[in-house]
Design a protein around this ligand. Sequence first.
Ligand code: F6P
Length: 755
Amino acid sequence: MSSETSLRLPNALRMGLLVTGLVGLLMGVLAWLQVERERTSDLDELDRRAYILVHQMAYSIQAILKLPDKEAAAALGSTLEGYRPLIGLAVYRPDGRLIAESPDLVGFSSELKQTVLQAILEPKDVVKTLETPTTQIHIVTSVIRTAEGQPEGVLAVVHDLADVMERARNRRQQFVLWGGIIILLLLTAVVAGAWLLYDRPLNRMAEWMRQLRTGEIDEPLPVDPPVARLATERDRLAATLLAKQTATQKQAQQKAQQTHPIWSRTRWRAHLNDCLRGSHLLLVSHREPYLHELQNGQPHLVTPAGGLVAALDPIMRASNGVWIAHGAGNADRRTVDAKDRLMVPPDDPSYVLRRVWLSREEEHGYYHGFANEGLWPLCHRAYERPVFRAHNWEYYVRINRRFAEAVLQEAGSDPAVVLVHDYQLALVPRLIKEARPDLRVGLFWYIPWPDAETFRICPWRNELLSGILGADLIGFHLQQYCNHFMETVDRLIDARLDWHHFSIESSGHLARVRPFPIGVENKMDQPIPTGVILAQRLADLRDRHSLENLRIAVGIDRIDYIKGLPERFNAVARLLERYPQYRGRFTLVQLGMPSRMHIRRYRDHLNELESLADTINWRFQTASWQPIRFLVGQHDPVTVYTFMRMAEVSIVSSLHDGMNLVAKEFVAARSDLDGVLVLSEFTGAARELEDALIVNPYDTEQFAEAIYLALDMPADERRERMIRMRRRLEENNTYRWAADFLTELTAKPVTDEES
Ligand code: F6P
């Protein structure tokens, strides 16, 4: 406390001294001017009096001057005597001879004589202020003239200036006294004010930040006026810092506790049982992990594209739980039992898939309409305008209810932990909690969360937030999305935010907000081709797509405008312009999985891509070579894996992507420790995969250069980078992600006292 005071005072004092110094200077100048003005006006008054005297006496003196000296002196007699401040008068002949003077003037004769001679010589009236050894005097000498204007004599009027000077001195003293008092008061007021309004809050903030840094924080900082404007930034900073510290501490603790840092399926299974303590595990998402499509009249199993399925299926395989999802395949109804359930995967039945049915209109309104034409562009910064229609919102509410009912049905009356996935089901957490407050409900949001201003444009923003806040735990990939979410809630709805613990209390319910960067499985579930089988598959694929002897880059994406595919194609074209040596020797193989094709924007996008690929190919192609092979369709996991192994470079160029698991899957696939990843800086994955070549997909020059660098990278560097990326992924795999989420979801919330 004392050290704070010693820090604070000098600042406030400095400000006080500066302000009072300036004010004091100004007051001093004004006081000096005032004293001078009054002294001048006193002197003017003496001039005036002297002249009045001269005029009053001039007529009689004129007559007296006609007399000889002696009579004149006698005639003047007592008329020359003065009264304070008049010292006296003296009369002289035009040749400077004194005729008579008042007796009090005797001591000033020499000063007087000089002034009189000056008046005679000029000849004109002379007014002077003179310093004598005893006092200061004021002399007016007036030349008395005949009717013809000839000088007849000189009348000198002498005043004592002692009173005038005394008055000026007194005024000066008064100014100094009052000025001093005012300056002291001002100094006190400024110092106190500066300390209260500036130094104190700043020092408290500095101390608070120090505590934040060292982790000793025990109370929120009160919002003082001058730092109030920093409140949001401060909270954000604190939140980020706290989250980082917590994550680091957690990591350190986990590392210390674990002799083996890698999470495996077996370990996850054991952990899951510990966390569930007899509860069911229910997972609900829009997208199902396996769908059945009719092929030649028979149901055929298809694995849908997308990060969600890739991340969750391995987890569910080890869980013995139930996955509730939309039955989207045209043969889905044929493969379920009377309760709309089936065991999956068919070749290794490990968990239950419960399908939820939607009519075509419902799917269109809820999934295509509200989720993918509204929320998807709202959350992704790809400059696609979101569209919100009231009837789509009604479908969204209705279908969220249906999913919630399916969850409640599956839970029965037993305890359960429910994992709700993604933006299609934002209302499900609250719907479940309203019916079964005892269930633990977590929501994981796979896509970015926009800033508060962006989210505000959604007409049903409050309903969505309220739905999400029904969850006990809300997960995002990045801390940044957590911050955005907290700020959105802060701005838009009435809730109590605790930035310290990253939690939100609304309608009497507490929801925690945390980052959980999703990972991939280290090994694929499908038998991976290796050795000669892999070599054979690689040769087959090259042969099928005329890729022999070519250097290959691969892109694997759902057809979506957020994936930055036009930017990628243009970067390839630029590469071939700048480095013509790659013409005929390099090809980008782009696997494009069509999705959401009932949305016009997606159909248009596919058409744009095909036409752009055609234009670029037409420009550079030869009879036997094309720079872009755009392979549109659903590609099975083994084909995808083989292309990943074929490629020297994998390109991920999303304009904005919550995580992007393809980037991680490429690294996981490269057990040969070769291959270079070119990765957009706007993906969540870029935060972890620092050894990728990070690009801004909007910067075509930089992007093309990165592909060139990737193709040109020495083998040693490729290997080192790949080793580092793989190590990171191995530790942060999908099991660890699920374990962290479940641990947090089933843990008791930390209270203020405990933290
Ligand atoms: O990761 C976001 C996400 O929408 C997932 O929810 C989904 O599984 C994936 O992308 C693919 O999208 P869709 O299921 O709409 O084809």
